[in-house]
Design a protein. Structure first.
Lengths: 172, 260
């Protein structure tokens, strides 16, 4: 668990960042063929997500390095990460299921998936991240857990607005 | 929004409209509107081709011309079909033309009244336009399409269900950034016409057989967020049904009297 939890959280954060980059670019280019445009946007999101992840990792590593009991504090972080996954994994599973439904189902059924799945999930995403932060920090008195969790949550939520503001404010 | 004297700056208004329509295109992409039109246009054009008529598809109120440009890009209708987008707004037509030229698409856009074009349409279509008309003017809209040369029409619009305004709010909240677009999305769902209103109005195209295609009462109402009114010349209807195949079961025949 000591390795799996941070790895799964990192993978989730990076995938989410790729999609955040895609979302940041949507509604700004009215061309029909936009594959390369969206791939570039997703790459930008991925890089921004990796930078955020790197900063959080740096924060954790530096704090643990200066800590008198790094093993105990790392254990606290893993427990918090596990609780975070209890919220994020079911949500991610629902999103992945919706995406598969959208890609694989016939025209009208895929619209159904958009209306009851992907659309509402986009609106709910910040609230889900907020819930994950609260649930993971609940019961922990370690300031590193609080700081790292909030920093990770904010960096995840910041990707889309940052990418949009930097590259996609105006129509292409 | 910039104001000049007591009026809104027209340049700023045009820019805003282009931005909102650019965002709106994303919704059309997600709802796969071009595929929906192709699903009906291909069998209709197959039926018309058999009669040797020239094939010109005219999109009424095309905005940025997403449907026309998508159909041109996919080539799904065939090289013999001329695609024309018509809109009253010059800024949108100019942007649609720029986008089409940028991607070298075989289609054109005109700022005009779709019913006064020099060259007659074979098929009229529209996407999310009907709810802009008051119910009382819809019969005139459909009557105008019952003219020589016109073989069919397909007009997609928001299905007027109780959940439509809520769905529109969520969907526009999730997908659009411009406040105007978010507001208009919900307002459009509120003023969408019901199936009966549309069928009664479409019945004024007396030379046409008119249908709704997969309306909410025929299918899961969530899946019928958008549904079209379809009209075909009586001589084409059987061939259209044959070309449509199993999906022809989704055609709900108008059984209402023309009124108004």
């Amino acid at each position: 668990m000591t390795v799996i939890v941070p790895v799964v959280l990192s993978v989730l954060a990076l995938i989410d960042a790729g999609f955040a980059g895609f979302r940041a670019a949507t509604g700004r280019n009215a061309r029909i063929r936009k594959r390369s445009y969206y791939l570039l946007a997703a790459r930008r999101g991925l890089v921004a997500g990796a930078v955020g992840l790197g900063l959080v990792t740096l924060l954790i590593t530096a704090t643990l390095g200066c800590s008198a009991d790094p093993g105990v504090r790392y254990g606290e972080l893993v427990r918090a990460g596990t609780r975070m996954l209890q919220i994020l994994v079911p949500f991610a599973a629902l999103v992945v299921g919706s995406l598969l439904g959208y890609w694989l189902l016939p025209i009208r059924e895929s619209a159904f998936v958009i209306l009851v799945g992907l659309g509402p999930f986009t609106v709910l995403r910040p609230a889900v991240v907020l819930c994950a932060i609260m649930w993971s920090t609940a019961g922990s008195a370690d300031r590193l857990v609080w700081t790292a969790t909030i920093a990770a949550g904010l960096s995840v939520l910041a990707v889309e607005p940052v990418i949009h503001h930097r590259w996609y404010r105006n129509p292409a | 929004m910039c104001v000049i004297g007591e009026v809104l700056d027209p340049v700023a208004v045009d820019r805003l409209l282009v931005r909102v329509h650019t965002e709106l295109q994303r919704l059309n992409e997600e709802m796969r509107m071009a595929e929906r039109f192709a699903e009906l246009l291909v069998p209709i054009l197959t039926a018309i081709r058999a009669s040797g008529t020239c094939l010109r598809v005219v999109d009424i109120g095309c905005g940025l011309g997403f449907v026309v440009r998508s159909l041109a890009a996919s080539g799904v209708l065939g090289p013999d079909v001329e695609l024309v987008g018509v809109d009253f707004n010059r800024a949108l037509v100019a942007e649609a033309t720029r986008l089409a030229e940028d991607e070298r698409l075989r289609c054109r856009f005109v700022c005009a009244d779709a019913f006064t074009l020099a060259e007659e349409a074979t098929v009229y279509l529209s996407n999310g336009v009907l709810h802009h008309f008051p119910a009382g003017t819809l019969p005139g809209f459909f009557r105008a399409q019952d003219r020589a040369g016109v073989q069919a029409f397909i007009h997609y619009d928001i299905a007027a269900t109780r959940l439509a305004p809520l769905g529109a709010w969520v969907f526009h909240r999730a997908r659009m950034r411009e406040p105007l677009g978010r507001h208009d999305g919900v307002a459009s769902a509120r003023r969408a016409h019901g199936d009966t209103v549309l069928l009664s109005a479409a019945a004024h195209a007396v030379g046409m057989d008119t249908f709704l295609f997969e309306p909410p009462r025929h299918t899961n109402p969530f899946c019928a967020a958008m549904r079209p009114v379809v009209g075909t010349r009586a001589a084409l209807t059987d061939e259209f049904r044959r070309a449509l195949g199993r999906r022809a079961r989704g055609l709900a025949v108008a059984r209402v009297q023309a009124s108004g």
